[in-house]
Ligand binder design. Structure first.
Ligand code: NAD
Length: 469
């Protein structure tokens, strides 16, 4: 008898390397093929079932997550490093995101797009959609794709990141139990599993959230069969503080938006532009806010900032620090170190800021995706706008001012998917109404709002010859 060894991914706690949090099996090429074929076979019936039946199934899944499940949040913290409160919030969004997708989908699909005597226009799903997601907020980022793709009538296969596959796999399997077989599946593994999905001839669309380099590889792979792509990529979000801003309040809020999840958020604030004469006031207030972070293991109730997720991320931040030090740039480091003796057992980094950073420095021009924030002085607002736009990134941005009209005037000039005024995070109203996505190299396509449903629909028009009626 021959036995086939199934490769496993061992997931270790980024805050306690010696602890194995769990394992997932890497899908083999045969298994990927089988799962895609099952999704393809389920697609016609799921599409024909109609939006009301799909809504009912998704609402049943949403109800399954109404009760707080701290075990899932703890699992998420132990695999991706975020502090428990952040993971609890992430898990609590599952039923909310499913319900929002249902609501938006019912609206988008309620009526035929056009229906008259000679022409009718329908919106149809693509068929099988592959969703490839990263590790930083794996549950939310997967759910933002899965709900809209399913309510639109597609069948879905999700490939989580090997750096945080456990909680999202469990959640998706629980959702799948409310749906017909083959409608929602998960495959685990690294880039090779993602690539196998992209090139599978039955996969009609790939929705990817992650970095630019992988997106480029996916685009090349998808070109062969013209498989549609939807990309949510990195950002280097600027915050522009105007000279009339309430500096202490702005500094406090900007720091909290820059350092959430240890800076590992695609639309975290990654650079701040401050009028030169207010630079020190701003930097002092920002330092004071940053210094209050307590860095430790995500399950430690005193921790307000966890470790970064993985070695590559840790090295990237260290390289930025080394480069700044070599150029003689002062980096101000703050925060309380919880359990410093345990720091070499995890990817711990203290938060830091660079006061008066050079606008051309790498820490300003690239996405750090870690807890380091450059503050750049500007002389003219036009310079701040030019710097903010002078990049290939275009995810989000923010303007901080006590004069909303003035702030709007600057906001209108910024190149971004969303520009916030006096905040830098989506509110419930924003999440419902504003499509999230990047311009330039920060993405292709939109997630959330009704545009996020359209992303999973294509048109089918029927026209009848006048004479044949
Ligand atoms: P990544 O690009 O390395 O990986 C993302 C996913 O792609 C993982 O599941 C990975 O296994 C898979 N993958 C890797 N190689 C592949 C290939 N050749 N074919 C198919 N799939 C492949 O990204 P990451 O390090 O996991 O996440 C960090 C990046 O994600 C940052 O740049 C961040 O800004 C971005 N991000 C963007 C958003 C957004 O909504 N715009 C949200 C979160 C993160």
């Amino acid at each position: 008898m021959t036995t086939t060894r199934v490769a496993q991914i061992e997931v270790r706690d980024p805050g306690r390397f010696d602890e194995v949090v769990g394992e997932v099996a890497v899908a083999s090429p045969d298994e990927i093929d089988r799962i895609v074929r099952e999704a393809d076979a389920a697609a016609a019936a799921w599409a024909r079932a109609g939006v009301d039946a799909r809504a009912e199934a998704l609402l049943s899944a949403a109800r399954d997550f109404d009760a707080v499940d701290d075990a899932l949040a703890e699992l998420l913290t132990r695999e991706n490093g975020s502090v428990l409160a952040v993971s609890q919030r992430e898990v609590s969004l599952v039923p909310h995101l499913l319900r929002m997708a249902v609501d938006l989908g019912l609206g988008a699909l309620a009526e035929p797009a056009v229906e008259d005597a000679t022409v009718s226009l329908r919106r149809r799903p693509y068929g099988v959609v592959a969703c490839i997601v990263p590790w930083n907020a794996p549950v939310v980022l997967a759910l933002q794709k899965v709900g809209p793709a399913l309510i639109a009538g597609n069948t879905v296969i999700v490939k989580p990141s090997p750096n945080a596959p456990l909680a999202v796999t469990r959640i998706l399997e629980r959702i799948a139990a409310h749906l017909p077989a083959g409608v929602l599946s998960v495959v685990n593994g690294g880039g090779e599993v993602g690539s196998a999905l992209v090139v599978h001839p039955a996969v009609r669309k790939v929705s990817f959230t992650g970095g630019e380099a992988v997106a480029r590889q996916i685009m090349v792979l998808a070109a062969d069969s013209f498989t549609r792509v939807h990309f949510e990529l990195g950002g280097n979000d600027p915050a522009i503080v105007l000279d009339d801003a309430d500096v202490p309040a702005a500094a406090e809020a900007i720091v909290s938006h820059a350092f959430r999840r240890s800076g590992q958020v695609c639309y975290a604030i990654k650079r701040v532009y401050v009028p030169r004469r207010r630079l020190d006031d701003f930097a002092d207030a920002a330092f004071a806010a940053m210094d209050r972070f307590v860095v430790g293991h995500g399950l430690d109730p005193d921790a307000t900032m966890g470790p970064v997720n993985n070695a590559a991320q840790f090295e990237r931040v260290r390289r930025l620090h080394d480069g700044l030090r070599e150029r003689g740039v002062r980096v101000e480091t703050g925060g309380v170190r919880l359990d410093p003796a345990g720091w070499d057992r995890g990817w711990y980094v203290q938060p830091s800021l660079v006061r008066g950073a050079d606008p051309r420095d790498e820490v300003v021009t690239t996405e750090q995706f870690g807890p380091i924030l450059p503050i750049v002085a500007y002389d003219q607002e036009a310079d701040a706008v030019a710097h903010a736009n002078g990049t290939e990134y275009g995810l989000c941005s923010s303007v901080w001012s006590s004069d909303l009209d003035r702030a709007r005037g600057i906001a209108e000039q910024l190149e971004a998917g969303i520009t916030f005024i006096n905040e830098h995070a989506l509110s419930p109203a924003g999440r419902r109404a504003l499509p999230f996505g990047g311009v330039k190299r920060s993405g292709i396509g939109w997630e959330g709002a009704s545009a996020g449903i359209d992303e999973y629909l294509q048109f089918h028009g029927i026209q009848v010859a006048e004479a044949a009626r």
